[in-house]
Design a protein around this ligand. Structure first.
Ligand SMILES: Nc1ncnc2c1ncn2[C@@H]1O[C@H](COP(=O)(O)OP(=O)(O)OP(=O)(O)O)[C@@H](O)[C@H]1O
Ligand SMILES: [Mg+2]
Length: 141
């Protein structure tokens, strides 16, 4: 998922600091996914992924942003989600990626679901610095 290797078509950055921002980001994601031709099922998958990533920003980091980018590479279109925050960071990423692991006594299903719903997934987090989660979905040929 190296940004240098694909052409960016359109990028939208949505600040996330209130519950309402989650819905704005989902709406933007829906528009972008529609614009490159994702079907209804993939659009729903993308909406869930945006919802989980932006809720994680609110709950675990207070505020941050999500960047939505439509891309083109090797004759394929795709959508990249990049959630970024300067929150507390995640001390143990493999633990956080486990189904059922949550530090807030909720389902602990968010991150593993995003990984399953999207085609590519990347997470980078540093304690005291913040977290970046990048997830990409390709439009089926
Ligand atoms: N942006 C973030 N900043 C800091 N910690 C995070 C962030 N996102 C996730 N985490 C950590 O990873 C854990 C797992 O995240 P995940 O989204 O899978 O579950 P959850 O948010 O706890 O519960 P659910 O998403 O099911 O409501 C969280 O409990 C939290 O400790
Ligand atoms: Mg979550």
């Amino acid at each position: 998922m190296n940004e240098d290797t694909y052409i960016q078509i359109q990028t939208i950055v949505c600040p996330i600091s209130h519950e309402a921002d989650v819905y704005v980001a989902i709406g933007r994601g829906r528009e972008l996914s529609f614009s490159i031709g994702f079907n209804e099922i993939d659009r729903a998958r993308i909406e869930i992924a945006i919802s989980e990533l932006t809720r994680n920003i609110l709950v675990h980091a207070n505020h941050g942003e999500i960047q939505l980018t439509t891309i083109f590479k090797d004759e394929h279109y795709g959508l990249v989600l990049e959630a970024r925050d300067h929150g507390p960071g995640i001390p143990d990423i493999s633990l956080a990626m486990r189904d059922g692991y949550s530090t807030t006594h909720t389902l602990g299903a968010g991150l593993p679901s995003v990984q399953r719903l999207m085609d590519e997934f990347f997470i980078e987090s540093t304690v005291g610095v913040g977290t970046i989660v990048r997830a990409l979905k390709w439009l089926p040929a």
